[in-house]
Design a protein around this ligand. Structure first.
Ligand code: FPP
Length: 283
């Protein structure tokens, strides 16, 4: 997925700005916006992926049913989507339901599917107005029919939107995704459509659910757990990891902005050595 919107002669400027005055206003508003956040618009992460954890503990602390925690978690989903759009993030992936989550009590699975359906319906117009495209990553066919139908409507309604992609990981597991990709590749080899010595990292990437998305730059996990739990294992090879004790229903824009600032201060070398001075010294 290509984007030039971090450049000032961006999609925004082409789509919305008709004359020079408006364009200058747009430019200064944008600079002011990022100044207020304290964020450098030239070093934004393109893809932010979040493991939304801690809904159950949030509810337990208040002696409430776990489902109430998921309901409050849905509110955080709404606000973080808006924050990411405002911060001009290209892709936001949210781990909303893992393949392992199917083994939770039936009532909790039903409640989560209900919340998901409610979100997909209630946010349809808001996503569209914000120029956000909905995408699903995972075993969509395993989802209940009514949920799938609403997803399909929202996906086609928002399909042409270019400002941001909201990628919901649903019935998703990274190992399952890789097995699925290997099977597809093996079939091509079997049919003589692909030679085994032509299997590269790019070919594997092309067969993942996320084939059209850039790799995540930031992976955030809330609730104090420090593991990836089968989330985007291939894609996160060079992602910057962020862990916070905050439970997902309490995760707010301010903390997210602080993480983006920290991201901008990290030295991303992608396994390479950086030579910065004339004498070629490395650090
Ligand atoms: C993890 O918390 C969270 C989930 C398994 C589901 C996440 C779902 C939502 C945030 C709401 C619905 C989604 C959308 C997109 C509207 P947990 O239950 O594992 O918490 P715990 O570890 O404290 O028990």
């Amino acid at each position: 997925m290509k984007s030039d919107k971090h450049n000032i002669s961006s999609a925004d400027s082409v789509d919305n700005v008709n004359d020079q005055d408006n364009y200058q206003n747009y430019k200064s508003d944008r600079i002011q916006k990022f100044q207020q956040y304290g964020i450098d618009p030239s070093k934004l992460p393109r893809h932010v992926a979040i493991i939304m954890d801690g809904n159950g503990r949030w509810a337990k602390k208040r002696l409430m049913n776990r489902v109430v925690g998921h309901e409050r978690g849905s509110e955080t989903v709404r606000s973080i989507v808006t924050s990411c759009r405002e911060l001009e993030i290209d892709v936001l992936t949210l781990y909303a339901f893992s393949t392992e989550n199917w083994s939770r009590p039936k009532a909790e699975v039903t409640a989560l599917m209900g919340l998901l359906k409610k979100f997909i319906i209630s946010e349809r117009e808001t996503l569209h107005k914000q120029g956000i495209r909905l995408q699903i990553t995972g075993q969509k066919a395993r989802l209940p029919l009514d949920v799938r139908q609403e997803i399909d409507i929202t996906m086609s309604h928002t399909a042409k939107n270019k400002k941001m992609c909201l990628n919901l990981a649903l019935s998703y597991g990274s190992r399952e995704e890789i097995v699925n990709a290997v099977r597809k590749i093996a079939l091509k080899v079997k049919k003589g459509k692909l030679s085994s010595d032509k299997i590269t990292e790019e070919i594997i990437t092309e067969h993942l659910y996320t084939s059209k998305l850039p790799d995540p730059d930031m992976i955030i996990r809330t609730s104090g757990e420090m593991r990836l739990s089968n989330f985007l294992l291939w894609q996160s090879a060079y992602a910057e990891l962020f862990f916070t004790p905050t439970l997902w229903p309490d995760f707010k824009e301010q903390e997210f902005v602080e993480m983006v600032k920290e991201y901008q201060n990290r030295d991303r070398r992608f396994g390479k050595v950086v030579c910065s001075s004339n004498d070629g010294s490395q650090h």
